[in-house]
Design a binder for this molecule. Structure first.
Ligand code: PA5
Length: 435
């Protein structure tokens, strides 16, 4: 079970204040589980974790095997909730450099359609030169501009390279089971498709084919991911302050009430950056509405201690941190000795790198708490495929409870449309003419 340590928040809040929130957190949790709150037609994610592989998962595994054997590169097209989850999963488990040295049998995985940069597009084209590749188009609506443009462009390359039939066999679509432009396109073109259930919103979709197909292509055991999520469901449904879901949701809510405006979600793992990005969307899009919400920011330590550290330590006191910790892997590096000791590091000879990491973590927490920044620690334990599934489910649950405590609908994102409307007007999209 994930452990939430709140011992470093007491400078800012007091235990009786937290206990006084019991009714609120219980009500929010009940609302979520009973399905009688705002946005309750988007609660399908609660039922996604699976004890055994479902038919859809078996089809995903079979497609992933095909892609692994016929492709040097797998391009995953999508944005927001149709992009961040798979990238977060792969980078957390396999590191940010996971593509190096990969090819057929274990393809490289690149992401497209998550922006509009010509440089990024040109780079992708170079990366695809002389490579066999397949694509997965992920879009629930099928009309999101960024992935739609990437889809059109990549289909052109595929068809030039493999002809219409070859391109068809290398194109996979993940979308709504019945509605939307992508569903229609997939049906007309005869692509293999996987489903985003209508009652699962983008940012809660990582345990559908959205996350599972790219994970399986990366060689991640998706049955273990789903079982990890399934096995923790009961424990995280506990309605008491012993539940880490309650601890996290209630403490961040209390800190918000005390004037904190920014939550920094961070880890000492470089592979965590995109997982932080997934969390950032999950909480940002779920809570940032009606003039409310904590601004979610992610950081990677120790690297960002050399950039954000000054701000955290002595800047405006409106921040708190959630520090995510993992057990060190078994394969450990031991620091060697040096006769000259010009770098002055011999005092660490014989110590493991993770020993230094642990002291850096403890030193950072002590410094930040001294500086007036409360720190929640989330101890994930050992990181593996099952733990990843647990982390996704746990944080989704925390988000649902936390957003209901805040009094907002966790499952809509009306604000995201505003930039699109302006962009469409400027582009001259039919139906968006300037009035
Ligand atoms: O969480 C969400 O709902 C959004 O981030 C969407 O996933 C994102 O806008 C992409 O939408 P779609 O999957 O329809 O292309």
């Amino acid at each position: 079970m994930i452990k939430v340590d709140i011992s470093n928040v007491w400078g800012e809040i007091a235990l009786p204040d937290l206990l006084a929130l019991e009714k609120d957190v219980a009500a929010a949790h009940n609302t979520l589980m009973q399905g009688d709150g705002a946005g309750n037609d988007f609660l399908g994610w609660l039922k996604l974790p699976a004890e055994k592989p479902t038919e859809e998962m078996l089809r995903i595994q079979a497609a992933a095997e095909r892609i692994r054997s016929d492709s040097d590169v797998f391009v995953v097209i999508g944005i927001g909730g149709s992009y961040l989850g798979p990238r977060a999963a792969i980078e957390l488990l396999q590191g940010p450099n996971h593509n190096i040295g990969k090819g057929k049998g274990n393809p490289q995985i690149f992401f497209a359609g998550n922006g509009l940069s010509t440089r990024h597009w040109n780079e992708l084209c170079r990366l695809l030169e002389n490579k066999d590749f397949s694509i997965a188009i992920i879009s629930k609506s099928g009309t999101t501009t960024e992935p739609a443009i990437a889809t059109r462009a990549l289909r052109e390359i595929l068809e030039r390279k493999y002809g219409p039939e070859g391109a068809k066999a290398r194109t996979y679509a993940i979308t709504d089971p019945a509605k939307g432009a992508l569903r229609q396109m997939a049906t007309e073109e005869g692509w293999e498709t996987f489903v985003i259930p209508p009652n699962v919103g983008g940012r809660f979709s990582v345990l559908t084919a959205v996350g599972l197909l790219p994970m399986a292509v990366a060689g991640i055991d998706i049955a273990a991911v789903m079982k990890g999520a399934y096995n923790c469901k009961e424990a995280y449904d506990l309605r008491s302050f012993e539940n880490p879901v309650w601890q996290y949701a209630a403490v961040r809510n209390l800190l918000y009430r005390r004037g904190k405006a920014i939550e920094l979600f961070e880890s000492f793992e470089p592979g965590f950056k995109m997982f932080g990005g997934w969390w950032q969307q999950l909480f940002g899009e779920s809570e940032g509405k009606d003039g409310k919400g904590l601004f979610p920011v992610t950081a990677e330590f120790t690297a960002d201690l050399h950039s954000l550290g000054q701000m955290i330590q002595q800047g405006k006191r409106n921040i708190f941190e959630t520090m995510v910790r993992f057990d060190a892997p078994e394969d450990r590096y031991t620091i060697g000795s040096d006769d000259k000791d010009l770098d002055g590091l011999n005092y660490l000879t014989g110590k493991n790198l993770d020993f230094v990491d642990e002291k850096a973590y403890l030193g950072t927490v002590a410094a930040h708490v001294d500086g007036g920044v409360p720190v929640i620690t989330m101890d994930m334990g050992a990181l593996d495929d099952a733990k990843l599934g647990e982390m996704f489910y746990f944080l989704e649950l925390c988000c649902g409870v936390s957003a209901y405590m805040l009094g907002v609908n966790p499952f809509n994102q009306p604000g995201v449309e505003f930039y699109k409307r302006n962009m469409f007007q400027l582009l001259g999209k039919p139906g968006y003419e300037t009035k």
